[in-house]
Ligand binder design. Structure first.
Ligand SMILES: Nc1ncnc2c1ncn2[C@@H]1O[C@H](COP(=O)(O)OP(=O)(O)O)[C@@H](O)[C@H]1O
Ligand SMILES: [Mg+2]
Length: 491
């Protein structure tokens, strides 16, 4: 008979009951931390101990990770140094359960400084194996009673450790699948092969060279530029060109998301941190460890989130909502905004220290109207993207595209071309196929005079009130422009 089974007979009814309850919990729960606290509380209660410690071994043992550490009042103990490192070390080396009474006078143990400091009187410890490896340990101790534990307690604890390792195995598999799942979900939008960053203009060449250079480092990158200029694209390019390219790339849009929700997404939370937090949850920063995190619209985050972010940037540390444990994360940060962060600093809407942390390597994506020479190449690129490589871009069409202001930048160009290609049945893209925002907004019941005036106003704005350029672009005389301007102004 298995020696453990043999010992079952010597367990009390209460201990049976407790083990039964624990096995039920372990079976039902798919999440480690909170479950471990409950289980440890129950063990402490059963053994009438004062404290319990459940660790995952790390090298060196003194730096082992606390999975759960509880006292008799069901409160967390945060600090591993509250326990005897000597006793933990012993378990790690000898890989055998132990039970000690009167620890202080045991010559084997009394030399442990930590035993003296913490005045530990009796203790039992059991190693936990996972897939045949020494994974961690459980220690339960008392500072009051010299002869608290019996062989029966040790057996109870060993049973518990065995049950635990079975479900830990399952829980860790589920957790790693769930992390993977979150990563994949977040990546769905960005899994398409990285499109080329199109553009040979001097401004874009400069951007491309900065992207290549900064990608080789782990520096935080601040992407600036109007909406639709390619900030997302640049962030993904930096990741793919970096040594983290095989790690995850996750993105979070920060605009118009309630602060608490965003906080819990990014940093995770502990069970009970707020109503609805039914279980512990890892945040996106934790899940991105080893990869790159892209925070889009950083100008929109609250001041309280700004301080938490500063901590991530400075110390690579996060704390889940409602938790006290500090965790380290290994993420490279890329942030983007179309706001003037420095102006926000002056208005005290954005933390100055965070601003300087973010501003290590700013890259400004130029607006499309500042690099009209890229419009032709971009248009051809989008025709290919939308599966119409045979379509010819007619010179008049290109002129129309190049003249427009593009307030929505490349995104707007892409949308307008997508629509144009639907309208275009033949293989020539004609000016009529291009329906610009300005044209859409014009209602059809305006008089010719009104249309004339609105076109003139737009052109004047486009050419900074330069009448000669405006006249040239409209194909009229400067005098015509001057006369219409007079009409614009009420006499
Ligand atoms: N230089 C570029 N070459 C090719 N496509 C681009 C370029 N810049 C932007 N785009 C495309 O335009 C759209 C908007 O770009 P995005 O990166 O989302 O802009 P932003 O994040 O600055 O608002 C995307 O579909 C993107 O692929
Ligand atoms: Mg974007």
């Amino acid at each position: 008979m298995d020696p453990q089974i043999e010992h079952l007979e010597t367990m009390t009814g209460q201990q049976y009951e407790a083990l039964y309850q624990i096995s039920e919990w372990l079976n039902k729960n798919n999440e480690s931390k909170s479950l471990m606290n409950d289980a440890l509380d129950l063990v402490i209660g059963q053994l009438k101990a004062e404290r319990g410690l459940f660790v995952r071994f790390q090298d060196p043992v003194q730096e082992s990770e606390i999975i759960a550490a509880r006292n008799i009042d069901h409160a967390d103990i945060e600090d591993l140094s509250q326990f005897s490192s000597g006793l933990l070390e012993k378990l790690h080396q000898e890989k055998q359960p132990y039970l000690f009474h009167d620890v202080g006078s045991d010559p084997d143990l009394s030399h442990f400084e930590s035993v003296k400091i913490h005045q530990i009187k009796s203790v039992i410890g059991v190693p936990i194996k996972l897939n045949r490896e020494d994974w961690g340990a459980i220690i339960v101790d008392s500072t009051k009673d010299r002869a608290l534990f019996t062989d029966q307690s040790l057996r109870f604890l060993s049973f518990f450790a065995n049950l635990l390792s079975l479900s830990l195995d399952r829980i860790f598999k589920i957790e790693s699948l769930s992390d993977e799942n979150q990563r994949l979900l977040n990546q769905i939008q960005s899994t398409q092969p990285l499109p080329d960053i199109v553009g040979k203009s001097a401004a874009m060449q400069k951007v491309a060279s900065m992207i290549h250079r900064v990608a080789q480092t782990d520096a935080t990158v601040l992407l600036l530029g109007e909406s639709g200029t390619g900030k997302d694209l640049a962030a993904r390019a930096i990741h793919q060109l970096s040594k983290r390219k095989n790690g995850p790339f996750l993105a979070q849009f920060c605009g118009a998301i309630p602060d608490s929700l965003l906080s819990s997404e990014l940093f995770g939370h502990k069970r009970g941190a707020f109503s609805g937090a039914v279980q512990d949850k890892k945040g996106l920063f934790e899940i991105t460890s080893g990869g790159t995190f892209f925070l889009d619209e950083i100008g929109d985050i609250s001041v309280s989130l700004q301080s938490k972010l500063l901590r991530v940037l400075q110390n690579k540390e996060i704390i889940r909502l409602g938790d006290t444990q500090v965790r380290t994360v290994d993420v490279r940060m890329i942030v983007a905004t179309n706001k003037d962060l420095f102006a926000m600093v002056k208005e005290e809407q954005f933390r100055e220290d965070l601003y300087y942390r973010l501003n290590v390597f700013p890259i400004t994506l130029p607006a499309l109207r500042e690099r009209r020479e890229d419009i032709a190449a971009l248009t051809v690129h989008f025709m290919q993207k939308y599966d119409r490589p045979e379509v010819q871009l007619m010179p008049a069409t290109l002129r129309k595209l190049e003249r427009y202001e593009w307030p929505g930048n490349v995104r707007e160009l892409e949308n307008i071309l997508q629509r144009a290609l639907i309208l275009c049945d033949g293989d020539q893209l004609q000016p009529d196929h291009i329906i610009l925002q300005q044209e859409q907004n014009q209602s059809n019941d305006r008089t010719l005079k009104e249309i004339e005036q609105s076109v003139l106003k737009e052109r004047l704005k486009q050419f900074n009130n330069n009448r000669t350029a405006t006249a040239e672009s409209l194909g009229v005389s400067v005098r015509w422009v001057q006369m219409r301007i007079k009409e614009l102004k009420p006499a």
